[in-house]
Write a protein of this length. Structure first.
Ligand code: GLY
Length: 354
């Protein structure tokens, strides 16, 4: 069974295909390309490379966020040029969010932009990272600071690929699924409750239901605000203002993105309650859900609140140094608030103290 989700953003129109994918589907889709170049990472390629290697030459980068770098981007651009890639060539990303960001940015910049598609091989990529056209790389100064909106021409989201994903990586993606529940879709929380055992056991049908539902939610938000200019797309950033600050402050070593986002959702729900924008009891519900999925409820070691605040002031959503956060309303609704008082954030950070 396949579920197709339509994405529309500015002039781009494409589909995310939820269901099994094989090499011949990809070859057929890209039959008009002059050549296809694969970008993958060492973990994903050793698990799935055999299935897709016939599609074209592959550049396999080390697994891990460190590969989302200027150096790696530059190496790939040179590889494309030396291999004769032209304007009609296409890139195929095979991997999780790190690879879809990196490969998408390589596609956005090579010869001022060539086509790319993605085989999303992690839960995080299937529900969020591979969808919606945000591509980019990191700088030592911060995550995703260099990037472009460049939409894929297709994204394949095969639940079978999720069976080999290590448990911590799977949980990393669950954090984003939980985010959809609180920020945009209260029914998602019921689904997570009723299909908890099946999802945890990676049952294909249960995975298809949650991933394609997240895909549809994202497609709707992206359609309304493709470039995050009117605040609507920022709802997908619930938990991320604090989460990105925690990740950066710990040098991207101590917490996965999903773990940091869970801590961020707890703090931001508390901020909303203290600012009287979020109904009382919401923070407790976030904590309960995060606990049920075995994700962290507190920092592993203490962090300086002032330094976290300083990082939040420099978040991409911030304007003129005011902290901006996507704060919950009723469960399943969220709004970007551009000027959150710092004192409230400092108070809310106490909820996740080590
Ligand atoms: N990951 C959030 C977004 O795509 O807007």
């Amino acid at each position: 069974m396949k579920t197709l989700v339509d994405f529309e953003a500015d002039a781009a129109r494409y589909q995310a295909v939820y269901g099994r994918v094989c090499a011949s589907d990809v070859a057929e889709f890209h039959q008009a390309a002059s050549s296809l170049f694969i970008i993958s990472d060492s973990n994903v390629w050793s698990a799935h490379g055999e299935k897709f290697s016939e599609l074209g030459p592959a550049m396999v980068v080390p697994a891990g966020e460190a590969s989302k770098s200027v150096e790696c981007w530059s190496e790939i651009q040179s590889w494309l040029a030396e291999s004769g890639a032209d304007r009609k060539s296409a890139i195929l990303a095979v991997g999780g969010g790190m690879i879809t960001d990196l490969a998408g940015f390589c596609a956005a910049t090579y010869m001022r932009g060539i086509a790319y598609s993605s085989i999303a091989a992690s839960l995080m990529a299937q529900v969020d990272a591979a969808l919606g056209g945000k591509t980019g790389i990191d700088l030592p100064e911060g995550k995703n600071l260099v990037g472009a909106f460049h939409h894929p021409s297709r994204v394949w989201c095969d639940p079978q690929l999720l069976k080999t994903v290590p448990e911590p990586e799977f949980k990393n993606g669950m954090a984003e699924v939980i985010k959809y529940g609180f920020a945009v879709d209260a029914l998602m929380l019921n689904l997570l409750e009723s299909r908890r055992a099946e999802i945890a056991n990676r049952d294909e049908d249960a995975l298809l239901e949650i991933t394609s539902r997240c895909g549809s939610l994202k497609a709707q938000v992206v359609r309304e605000d493709p470039k995050e200019t009117i605040g609507r797309r920022a709802v997908l950033n619930f938990g991320h203002t604090v989460g990105h600050a925690i990740e950066a402050e710990s040098g991207y070593q101590l917490y996965s993105h999903g773990e940091a986002v869970c801590l961020g959702m707890i703090v931001e729900a508390k901020v909303g309650e203290l600012a009287k924008r979020t109904p009382a009891g919401s923070c407790a519900r976030v904590i309960e859900t995060v606990r049920e999925w075995g994700l962290p409820l507190a920092l592993r070691s203490s962090m300086n609140a002032e330094r976290l605040i300083e990082r939040m002031r420099r978040d991409k959503k911030a304007v003129a140094g005011s902290i901006a956060m996507s704060l919950l309303g009723e469960v399943g609704t969220c709004r970007l608030v551009p000027d959150v008082p710092e004192q409230i954030v400092i108070e809310a950070l106490k909820v996740i103290e080590a």
